[in-house]
Design a binder for this molecule. Structure first.
Ligand SMILES: [Zn+2]
Length: 274
């Protein structure tokens, strides 16, 4: 744990050294920036599951365990969010995701397929470092020298380019975005999500980089009473004709609301229902 405490200090320095956003008068700017980065990572993690299901058929791959799929979804999310060295906002956001995992109270995590939060944090940092070791040299203090981060990054990048991405001119299905009504006091969380543009950015990334073969929706909603509320998840709604299957990423307002109010502690992790 010593290592991760050191990492947290160094991340906190990196995060808060960034220029503060204008104060909205409602919440402090650091919290907003932190939550935005974490929410973006979780949304892109679900997009990883979506791409694995819609394009590569990995969600039913017999050799893959649930933990393998979770690990892979994190890797896809990291590559999609990979910041350039001269993009301070992008770096802040991915570091927020790392810091978010480091703050998770692991005693609350039970029987779930994701790797321990500290491992997820480490893997994100390793891939970001591997994308540009010279620019992200300060991560070397944290990373184990025996981790081949550059090799991991290159292998993942190549796999993404050969298996997932589509460089043709033709566009597949477009992605629908639906913001459901904010019942149960979720107005602020809904507004935050809309202001963050996380869903819109994800839609553009999916449409531009991939050839979507099926109907696809990002829906934000109040989940209480309908699904486990403190979560984001991915689901494939099966149709009698598989061509009409509907791929849905759900972003629960309650998860965003809780992070804005209480930060990351007590976070129960996202869970996939696919
Ligand atoms: Zn997952």
């Amino acid at each position: 744990m010593q290592l991760f405490r050191a990492l947290w200090v160094c991340l906190a320095v990196a995060l808060f050294a960034a220029p503060a956003l204008a104060d909205t008068g409602r919440r402090d700017a650091e919290t907003e920036s932190f939550v935005r980065g974490f929410v973006r990572f979780l949304a892109y993690h679900e997009a990883g599951h979506l791409l694995m299901g819609q394009i590569a058929n990995l969600n039913t791959h017999p050799d893959w365990s649930a933990a393998d799929r979770e690990d892979y979804a994190d890797k896809l999310a990291t590559i999609l969010l990979q910041p350039d060295a001269d993009d301070p906002d992008g770096i802040d956001e991915i570091i927020s995701a790392v810091a978010g995992w480091l703050q998770v109270d692991t005693s609350l995590l039970e029987n779930q397929p994701h790797a321990p939060p500290q491992d997820r944090a480490y893997d994100i940092l390793c891939l970001v470092y591997g994308s540009d070791p010279a620019s992200f040299a300060e991560f070397e203090e944290i990373l184990d020298p025996s981790s081949d981060c550059t090799g991991l990054y290159q292998a993942m990048r190549e796999e993404m380019d050969s298996v997932f991405r589509d460089y043709g001119d033709e566009m597949g299905h477009s992605v629908a975005i639906v913001y459901g009504p904010p019942t149960g006091g979720m107005e602020a969380a809904r507004s935050f999500l809309i202001e963050s543009q996380v869903a819109e950015d994800l839609k553009l990334d999916l449409e531009a980089d991939f050839y979507l073969t099926h109907r696809t929706t990002i829906q934000a909603m109040s989940c209480a009473g309908k699904a486990k509320p403190d979560t984001f998840y991915f689901d494939t709604v099966r149709a009698p004709n598989p061509e009409n299957d509907h791929f849905v990423i759900t972003l629960c307002y309650e998860m965003i609301d809780a992070r804005l109010k209480y930060g990351m502690r007590g976070f129960e992790d996202e869970e996939d229902q696919n």
